[in-house]
Design a protein around this ligand. Sequence first.
Ligand code: NAP
Length: 251
Amino acid sequence: MTNDAPVLLVTGGSRGIGASVCRKAAKSGWRVLINYLSNEAAATALKDEINQAGGVAEIVQGDTGNEFGIEAIFRAVDERFGRLDGLCNNAGVVDLGARVDAYGRERLERMFSINVIGKIRCASEAVKRMSTAHGGTGGAIVNLSSMAAVIGGSGQYVDYAASKGAIDTFTVGLAREVAGEGIRVNAVRPGIIETDIHASGGAPDRAWAMAAQIPMQRPGSSDEVADAVVFLLSSQASYVTGAILNISGGR
Ligand code: NAP
């Protein structure tokens, strides 16, 4: 791969959907910066896998839930690559399933810091580097929303669903704001996808346990989401902006 290949930052790229995006984007010719929070071993193994397959990947630790982390991530973009062409705004968390009347402020502050403020701040740092209004050459952003934004997450995590609703609105607003500056902004809304996120919400078997409620009768894979993300990042989606694509088996 040449060292003028486009550069993609994937937040939360060490595992799950983000890791699939890193693999598939690298195969499509992107140089990839894999951000992770705490699982350095997973990020390193993915980096080695991509580099051994002839791609270019680097890793950077950083918590998208605070400014210190975001600063470290974008410093790595600037120092190691000196350019940014794509952002997969992926890092996101759930919490243990609970009704709204059980939520405290601490839970909401963590959820919204990572899922909403972190994504908006990463997008603003990306726009500063990509926008033709800032001397950049354009780029593409794909935000990870969720079908929860539409369904509401009742009885499980309405806070998470509301954070994803914010991402839907943010996607449309930012897309229109920077459409004349060479940047396309889209989102995907995965349904139930088999990743570790369900275990972190206290229900490791959730994906298959919900299969009967999904019209296609199965959860999706992280690769099925990544295919859509890489398409939206690519020039094949050159006239697509402000779109939100459901990847949910009909749910
Ligand atoms: P996952 O398997 O739990 O992986 C989470 C990834 O995000 C890991 O790489 C983790 O890093 C990283 N991460 C977590 N908090 C972070 C933070 N504060 N700063 C930086 N990185 C952080 O999650 P997933 O299922 O792939 O979900 C990815 C995205 O898709 C999320 O936005 C999620 O809301 C959305 N989504 C998922 C589903 C689903 O069913 N899986 C459905 C709809 C939407 P470490 O490896 O270091 O821990």
